[in-house]
Design a protein around this ligand. Structure first.
Ligand code: RTP
Ligand code: MG
Length: 148
């Protein structure tokens, strides 16, 4: 089953949006297989956002993502990587369609509520950066049969 890494960023946690965000993915039909509230170290933040290390906003991005607790999650389901990105909306909330998480709750690109893996490779990389195998649960086929 396809898996992705999603994370409520420090702004989303402090604004009390964890429940709202978890609820949207649950109602869609995806399954939560791992989750934890944690504060990201500078080292982990630099690894996680390594692809952006030459960008002018990299310092601010690392500072922000380490500034308070995040809610890190692994979700699974058919096409979850792509569909979760659609449910999140565009990177800049000013361009994000209403009905998406960033469209409904975000205002600025630097504080855009949620992170989601953007490809199969980044999902695998990010899941293994944040979670040990033993922290991820499995569901029985019986439960999946209600959805697929
Ligand atoms: P994320 O990785 O956090 O899910 O966001 P994303 O894929 O939609 O966007 P990405 O290009 O990967 O950028 C990562 C985060 O960097 C911040 N950013 N700031 N100031 C700027 O122009 C700028 N551009 C990107 C955003 O917070 C974005 O989520
Ligand atoms: Mg990204």
């Amino acid at each position: 089953m396809e898996k992705t890494f999603l994370m409520v960023k420090p702004d989303g946690v402090q604004r009390g949006l964890i429940g709202e965000i978890v609820s949207r993915f649950e109602k869609k039909g995806f399954q939560l297989v791992g989750a934890k509230l944690m504060t990201i170290s500078k080292e982990l933040a630099e690894q996680h956002y390594g692809e952006h290390k030459e960008r002018p906003f990299f310092g601010d991005l690392v500072e922000f993502i380490t500034s308070g607790p995040v809610f890190a999650m692994v979700w699974q389901g058919e096409n979850v990587i792509h569909t979760a990105r659609q449910m999140m909306g565009s990177t800049n909330p000013k361009d994000a369609v209403q009905g998406t998480i960033r469209g409904d709750f975000g205002l600025t690109v630097g504080k855009n509520i949620i992170h989601g893996s953007d490809s199969t490779e980044s999902a695998e990389r990010e899941i293994s950066l944040f979670f040990k195998d033993a922290e991820l649960e499995e569901y029985s086929k019986l439960i999946n049969s209600w959805i697929y």
